[in-house]
Design a binder for this molecule. Structure first.
Ligand code: PHE
Ligand code: ZN
Length: 862
């Protein structure tokens, strides 16, 4: 394997400070593909120009390629040589034409980077460094070229031939072959190159842009999936209109194509004019996709579409700037989704996601800044920090500037950097210029890792109150000492007696280690509402009592703050319970009753608000994570909530029984509350709970309800559990995306014997490591099931390590992504920590380890 790495070899570290402009530019490239799954010929012509005055040769990146032929200016060249995987061509003049030819075997490409085969089609994935697995090229994002692509293939097996840009010509050849030519008029880096060849059909649509141009849209899938593409097509049209309205960004080619593929390492890819998607983010119908899937499809379609400006028209200078496109584009897709339904519920979901994935990353061995300083393997840096914390950083700038100045700043950014490869610094400078403000200190959000912690203490002295704020940014690997950050905090005071707001919402910027605020002329005791809307991505500790939190959960006028107060009340109760062995559940019960019976609230919000924090999030609050104690404390509270409010849960359940499927915010909210209520009814131990769940499961006319019934049963011990699992399996056999749900439901089960069951499932005939979705549905899901993964025997660790060692041989990128749960050993007792470490050591020592895995596993040991 080309990137095989043994622990004894020192891996190459790439550093941000070493950035240099490219020695050679490649203004134009022509690619000629003779496609065949076993042996594809790639003939490439590069028009290269020396950049500046230097005498360095042309270095073309390659990965596993053999040059069959190299020509310079039309003549067979001899002066070239290989330097490891790369091709080096000495050149005399300042501009030359280079031709190379290689042969690759897509059907043997299990890494799913470069050109590979998936369910009978051929497709590419080039970000970040996959283009070098297709042809020799300066494979870095600051080399921008105009692409002409010719594809030739067997017409029966590959009737559809797609590439970036606009279709130019096509024709038939002898021997049942045909060809197509595509030109992309826009400059782009190699990571945005794509081609697809397959037996595909399209759901076609069109969109008229703001300046009146017609764009032909196509969602390409295999014929049986065509009926599942309407939602994605509708989401694409909404995204195109939204980007015009909100950012003034118009689409720029005559066609926009999306292809769904079954084997894909990430969610989707924004290749210019030819997005390639993991099929789970395209295919949906009520029978196979949940509401969550529908929402995720719209969000990912929007995300990839928005990249056309934030990523493609303006791209990244180097991979350290990855968050320039990803943080900004996540912020854009979050804002889009917020505009489609309930903004409050969307914010709650995004914050929950941030806390579940980014906060643990930021407090563990793999913590890194939003703009990292170094990497071994760039694939390991497609992280929650780059994406989600990156989005929070953009959001904070938008908050600080306000909507008008923020829009002026993004206009300036797109205008100034269109057609170029930019940096995070360029973006911030546009914010400063259009916002008319100095963001010098704010830039620390790009350079310092770690989640800031703020303590907020409100003290009342007669008619005045003093708010003392302190911030602390914890040390992270390589960054022992931190400087204070700029934290935009939205806050408001409420009268603890009347419940009335005592001031307008204020935005304060906490910039010092400690700051004080005084509120005068208070007529009653104030209650503090702070970090409203999660205005800063921080951990906040306050001296608010259970009574204050219960009060805010009922009266705050910011729905996010209401949710947050309830979460804090639940967390405080659960942490007390874990630490002391028990806690007073009554304040939580009362607060939940209040929310559940407040008819002014929408059901989607209620469903989010009454959910207990996850086992892992409770664990994240504790110096030492005790998985069993946490599980028991949470179950005890769930049971008390279930029992004390059984009547309310049943009323909510029955009130949410819709008869026919509809995909609307209110119908989604009803389904959500229904399954949450079902979970509490089951937690109460009610005699009819299993039948109720089974009934929901078997009568459902949509996947959301069916999955809700199934997961409730899967957590329990009823004989109906097996029946439901079997029925579900039989019904969806052959539908890969739904079978993923079947594996995942079992891997996430709260049962005692989950570790054992997951081991058994890994031998199931439908389990395979070669499909990333399937691997993640079992291994990935299991390793975030805190109770099961951290089984005291260590069998969970051993199982995951075995699987990852095997997966690394096929697909290093996907394997390395699953390392982080093993790296959390510092938070566990000595027995568990030792077992986790020894699995990491076993991984690091395994022969032929990829550099992807080497980086993740070895850093996790520090
Ligand atoms: N750039 C893609 C996105 O965020 C993610 C991706 C990265 C996909 C690397 C594949 C490989 O939209
Ligand atoms: Zn992206």
């Amino acid at each position: 394997m080309a990137d095989a790495q043994t622990a004894t070899q020192a891996p190459n570290v790439t550093r941000r400070e070493d950035y240099r402009e490219p020695d050679w530019r490649v203004p134009e490239i022509a690619l000629d593909f003779d496609l065949d799954p076993a042996a594809t010929r790639v003939r490439t012509t590069l028009w290269v120009e020396r950049n500046g005055t230097h005498d360095r040769p042309l270095r073309l990146d390659g990965d596993g390629l053999t040059a069959l032929n190299v020509k310079v200016d039309g003549a067979e060249a001899t002066g070239w040589h290989m330097d490891g995987p790369n091709l080096v061509v000495p050149l005399a003049g300042s501009a030359h034409t280079i031709e190379t030819e290689v042969e690759i075997a897509p059907e043997r490409n299990t890494q799913l980077q470069g050109l590979y085969a998936s369910s009978g089609m051929l497709c590419t994935q080039c970000e970040a460094e996959g283009f070098r697995r297709i042809t020799f090229f300066p494979d870095r994002p600051d080399v921008l070229s105009r692409y002409k692509v010719k594809l030739t293939a067997d017409k029966t097996r590959f009737p559809v031939l797609l590439a970036n840009g606009d279709p130019i010509a096509q024709g038939d050849l002898e021997g049942g072959r045909h060809w197509a030519e595509w030109h992309d008029p826009f400059l782009k880096p190699s990571y945005l190159f794509a081609l697809v060849a397959g037996d595909l059909v399209a759901n076609r649509g069109s969109f008229t842009t703001m300046s009146g141009r017609d764009v032909q849209l196509g969602i390409w899938v295999r014929a049986p999936d065509l009926a599942k593409t309407d939602h994605a097509l509708a989401a694409l049209k909404l995204s195109m209109a939204w980007d015009e309205k909100v950012y003034g960004r118009e689409y720029d080619l005559d066609v926009f194509n999306i292809v769904a593929v079954d084997d894909f390492n990430f969610g989707a890819m924004e290749n210019k004019g030819l997005n390639v998607f993991n099929s789970r983010y395209i295919l949906a119908d009520p029978d196979t996709a949940t509401d969550y899937d529908y929402d995720a499809i719209a969000a990912v379609v929007a995300h990839e579409y928005f990249h056309n400006w934030s990523g493609n028209r303006v791209t990244c200078r180097d991979w350290f700037q990855l968050s320039l496109k990803e943080g900004f584009t996540v912020f854009r897709d979050q804002s889009f989704s917020a505009d489609q339904g309930s903004a409050a519920v969307k914010r709650i979901e995004d914050v929950r996601g941030l806390r579940a994935s980014q906060f643990p990353e930021d407090s563990g061995p793999l913590a890194h800044p939003v703009r990292p300083d170094e990497y071994i393997e760039i694939s390991n840096f497609y992280t929650a920090t780059i994406y989600n914390k990156g989005a929070e950083v953009i959001r904070m700038m938008a908050t600080i500037l306000g909507p008008d100045k923020f829009r002026a700043a993004t206009d300036l950014y797109f205008d100034r950097f269109d057609g170029t490869a930019a940096t995070c610094e360029d973006f911030v400078q546009c914010m400063e210029q259009a916002g008319g403000m100095d963001l010098t200190q704010f830039r620390r959000w790009y350079s310092q890792a770690g989640t800031p912690r703020v303590s907020a203490t409100l003290a009342q002295e007669g008619g005045r109150a003093r708010l003392s704020l302190r911030q602390l940014v914890p040390p992270t690997p390589g960054q022992p000492v931190k400087e204070p950050m700029v934290l935009p905090l939205k806050l408001k005071l409420f009268g603890g007696f009347t419940g009335r707001p005592m001031c307008d919402e204020q935005l304060i910027l906490l910039k010092e280690d400690a700051q004080e605020l005084v509120f005068e002329n208070l007529s009653e005791t104030p209650v503090l509402s702070i970090n409203r809307g999660f205005s800063a991505p921080i951990v906040i500790e306050t001296n608010r009592t259970a009574k204050d939190l219960a009060f805010l959960s009922a009266h705050d006028d910011d729905p996010f703050a209401r949710y947050e107060a309830m979460q804090q009340l639940m967390l405080d109760t659960l942490v007390t319970s874990v630490t002391n062995g028990s806690a007073d559940h009554q304040p939580v019960i009362d607060a939940v009753r209040n929310t559940l019976t407040d008819s002014a609230l929408d059901r989607a919000f209620v469903a989010e608000a009454v959910l207990l924090p996850s086992d892992s999030f409770i664990g994240d609050q504790m110096a030492l994570v005790e998985p069993e104690a946490i599980f028991r404390a949470r179950e005890a509270l769930r049971q008390d909530l279930g029992t004390a409010l059984e009547g309310e849960w049943r009323a909510a359940y029955e009130g949410s029984l819709a008869n026919r499927f509809e995909y609307s915010p209110s119908a989604k909210g009803a389904r959500r509350l229904k399954t949450v209520s079902l979970g509490y009814i089951a937690a109460s131990g009610a005699a009819d709970a299993d039948e109720l769940a089974f009934e929901q499961f078997s009568r459902a006319d949509n996947m959301t309800d069916r999955q809700g019934g199934l997961t409730t049963l899967v957590n329990g011990a009823s004989p109906l559990r097996e029946e439901a699992l079997e029925e579900f399996y039989k019904r969806y056999q052959g539908n890969g995306l739904v079978l993923d749900k079947w594996f995942q439901a079992q891997a996430l089960s709260a049962r005692e014997d989950t570790a054992e069951m997951v081991e058994r499932l890994s031998a199931h005939r439908d389990f395979t490591l070669s499909n990333p979705n399937r691997a993640r549905s079992l291994i990935g899901a299991f390793s975030v099931n805190q109770r099961a993964f951290h089984h005291v025997s260590g069998r969970g660790y051993r199982f995951v390590a075995d699987q990852l060692i095997a997966l690394d041989k096929l697909n290093p990128q996907t394997a390395a992504k699953l390392i982080p749960p093993l790296g959390r050993w510092k938070r566990f007792d000595a027995g568990r920590a030792a077992k986790m470490r020894s699995e990491l050591e076993r991984i690091v020592a395994s022969p032929g380890l990829s550099k992807d895995m080497f980086e993740q596993a070895s850093k996790s040991l520090d």
